[in-house]
Write a protein that binds this ligand. Sequence first.
Ligand code: ZN
Length: 353
Amino acid sequence: MARAKKNNAIDIGGETIQAGEHASLELEMARLYTHAPLNVSIEVLNGKLEGPILLVCAAIHGDELNGIEIVRQILAKVDTEKLRGTLIAIPVVNVFGFIHKSRYLPDRRDLNRSFPGSERGSIAGRMAYQLFNEVISQCTHVIDLHTAAIHRTNLPQIRANLDNEGAAEMAKAFAAPVMVDAALRDGSLRAEAEAIGIPVITYEAGEALRFEPYAINAGVRGVIRVMRHLGMLRQSRRALPYQPVTARATRWVRAEADGIFRSHIALGERVTKGQILGIISDPAGSNEVEIKASQSGILIGQQTLPVVNEGDAVFHIAFFSQSDELIEQHLEGYLDQVRDDQDDELRWGIGTL
Ligand SMILES: [Zn+2]
């Protein structure tokens, strides 16, 4: 590593954090009906030596909780004394949604469609504006932590604009089992930060309103690997456990009837064209309708709620250039590893995940 210069102080929300300091800040985003301020808690670990300024944030969708625990574990692992550059960690961005266990803000707006925001806009616009101007615009890199939307679950995956060199490098270093080259959506943190030259990757894993050890563990490992890759933490001698694979396309399979839904496959499994992925029936079991795969691929997301309406997106299938058998083996190995490595502190579920 080249000799680094002494790090600069950083200003956030009117406070100055000197090189070598770890500060816990409260940034006022908006006001409640009671006129009480609504603050977002921000941890700033400003290393002594100059380096990248990385934002790791979670719960932009207020019900997506796995990322909160990922941030907590990262903060417990990173020592400001040994850090090169600056880590800005926000465990809960959408405090409103978080309080209501909801993806949205009170006006049903999606904070992740409201960037770069507006100083005089609605709550979503003003929160986005504060975050964008006080924090994001100062960063050199961003990792945005998500889960699937409510009643769905995702295989751990990185979504990024892989044509952006900085984002592609972070995505590879993160080494989630699957990378999806995802289009930028207007108003998302990812699109608007990239528009001002800041590469962003989005980690998606597990479901909303849960703590899922495998998804959390994979996320913590991934963020640490990115920090090592960026030179913020000392390099590890351990080689990457596997090379992530990139999906060339993905597609949702939709329900063709209304009713009670039973899934026949799990995340990471291979599906073949014509395979029955699930069944929809009446509550008592009559009028069964099969949901069949129209193409072969790998299941990277699915609905977890056992009731569906016709047209609901129920299975998210990814397509790869490599053979599906190879991909399935790769994912099995990966999932075994994150289950084995998981922190004993988290013991949710029935012991298989
Ligand atoms: Zn989300």
